[in-house]
Design a protein around this ligand. Structure first.
Ligand SMILES: Cc1cc2nc3c(=O)[nH]c(=O)nc-3n(C[C@H](O)[C@H](O)[C@H](O)COP(=O)(O)OP(=O)(O)OC[C@H]3O[C@@H](n4cnc5c(N)ncnc54)[C@H](O)[C@@H]3O)c2cc1C
Length: 465
């Protein structure tokens, strides 16, 4: 059903700001416009604001999805000049100054006077999208819940497995990408196996699970510098995580992953549960903007913006966060937050007839990553910390940035349960979480959930075991 309509009738003569995306860039720019004499329309393909840095805790059963994804509508309900529309933006017309978006087949066209594009980035499998079927990434709530299903599901199937080789394959977890997300994920799977699940099974011993962290790069946490990278490797190794660097993934299938090392040799690792935590690719809307404006895009599809975050030739269009390329700024939450606020302030100043702010300057508040409970690494300015103090710092910073008092309290309670005790409150896995992606992929052909069909898929191997 296509119904071109404008949900923004031109009854008001106020300046219309359209914001695309309800992530860090989109939400913080909208909030910054609270007192401005404008009508803001925030359009996003999800109804929540996602706190991506804690996705790995949803995937490993520490937090519920609601805690890291408050309703955008609720967050903004007191902001009278803002409205929220559900929609997947399919086009931006720079000449007509309109945004086209669809929701469940309904197409809507929304006009703007100023536009802030903050549609973020998706996962990249470096040109091997077929890997995603067997090594899902972690960019959305759906991804995290699917991974939760795969992680907990692997232990369940291992308990049922009939051969040692099958048990080993199901209890070998491979995380690809040794950046912060990969390190956090590997650390948490290891803690899950060694602490939480330790006494929960009868046939298998979860503490024997193997967790392998792979990266083609020569270092862990490359952006944190050598010292913190080495400390992370030390801690991971103490926890039993096998760290393999200089290992490039060349193939992935349902029961394993093949890597090529620097000397050209190849090795297959038998593993059912793989997690892809490497590589990002900016929203395709970036290329759409670039095509129309002549702006450049970098290898990850990020749009090269002017110093004031505007699109070349289009001072009414701002591109912020993970979608923008500017002076090599990293794709982190603070760049998106500060960029979103900066764009909002520029719009307000123009409307008030004030001189524009100078070029966007990013204030680096530092970066941090947890490795396990009581252990993290943090780099703030020239200071570098690791261990317990860094972990406390990590907890405090993340609590501050979780949106909403209620979410902060419940998150804190869940952390107490997990880090002081050994429990995980969010172990629910539904069939939809485990099979939905494949069901969608297989629609129209053969609906074939993968995990239960392991034996059927590889009968020769099952016999050989
Ligand atoms: C697993 C993970 C862990 C991370 N950990 C950290 C960390 O510890 N510290 C840190 O600083 N950063 C971290 N990051 C990076 C950080 O989350 C991003 O830099 C930040 O979210 C970027 O904000 P953004 O607004 O540009 O995009 P996002 O937050 O990704 O928001 C994009 C928004 O656009 C919407 N959208 C996308 N396409 C469309 C479309 N076509 N139509 C409509 N809406 C659309 C999405 O639904 C979403 O609402 C992490 C990222 C991930 C994935």
């Amino acid at each position: 059903m296509t119904q071109p309509t404008s949900p923004t009738p031109s009854t008001a003569s106020r300046h219309r700001v359209v914001v695309i995306g309800s992530g860090f860039g989109g939400l913080f720019s909208t909030q910054k416009l609270k007192g401005a004499d404008v009508d803001v329309t925030l359009i996003a393909r999800t109804t929540h604001h996602l706190f991506q840095p804690l996705l790995y805790q949803v995937a490993t059963g520490i937090l519920s999805e609601g805690e890291i994804a408050p309703s955008t509508r609720e967050v903004l309900h007191r902001q009278r000049n803002a409205k929220v529309l559900l929609g997947d933006v399919t086009d931006i017309d720079l000449d007509a100054r309109t945004v086209t978006h669809t929701a469940v087949g309904r197409e809507t066209v929304t006009p703007y006077d100023s536009l802030i594009v903050a549609a973020g980035a998706g996962q990249s499998w470096f040109g091997n999208d077929q890997f995603s079927r067997h090594a899902p990434g972690m960019k959305s709530i759906d991804d995290a819940l699917e991974l939760r299903g795969r992680i907990f599901g692997s232990f369940e199937l291992a308990e049922l497995a009939s051969t040692p080789a099958e048990v080993e394959r199901l209890m070998t977890f491979v995380v690809v990408g040794a950046g912060p997300t990969g390190v956090e994920m590997a650390g948490q799977i290891s803690e899950l196996a060694k602490r939480t699940l330790r006494r929960d099974f009868r046939r298998i011993d979860p503490t024997k699970a193997r967790v392998i962290l792979l990266d083609a790069a020569p270092a862990v946490l490359g952006s944190f510098g050598e010292k913190l990278g080495e400390r992370a490797v030390k801690r991971l190794t103490e926890m039993g995580v096998e760290v393999r660097l200089g290992a490039k993934v060349v193939d992935v299938d349902s029961t394993g992953i093949e890597v090529e090392t620097d000397d050209g040799s190849r090795e297959r690792i038998e593993s059912v549960c793989k997690v892809w935590a490497a590589g990002v690719s900016a929203s395709p809307l970036g290329r759409r903007l670039a095509e129309q404006s002549g702006a450049g895009v970098d290898r990850a599809g990020r749009v090269e913006v002017n110093d004031d975050l505007t699109l070349p030739g289009h001072p009414e269009v701002f591109v912020v966060g993970d979608m923008m390329a500017l002076r090599g700024l990293p794709g982190v939450a603070q760049v998106a937050i500060q960029g979103g606020r900066y764009a909002a302030e520029q719009i307000e100043r123009r409307l008030e007839g004030k001189p524009p702010k100078g070029p966007f300057e990013y204030f680096d508040k530092g970066s941090m990553a947890t490795i396990s409970r009581f252990s993290a690494v943090a780099s703030v300015g020239k200071a570098q910390f690791s261990g317990f103090f860094a972990w406390i710092l990590w907890l405090a910073v993340h609590l501050v940035y979780i949106i909403g008092f209620k979410h902060r309290i419940t998150t804190l309670l869940h952390w107490v349960v997990t880090f002081i005790g050994r429990g995980r409150s969010e172990r629910v896995v539904t069939e939809q979480q485990v099979f939905a992606r494949q069901a969608i992929a297989d629609l129209g052909s053969d609906y074939s959930p993968e995990l239960p069909r392991l034996e059927k898929d590889r009968p020769h191997e099952a016999q050989a075991d």
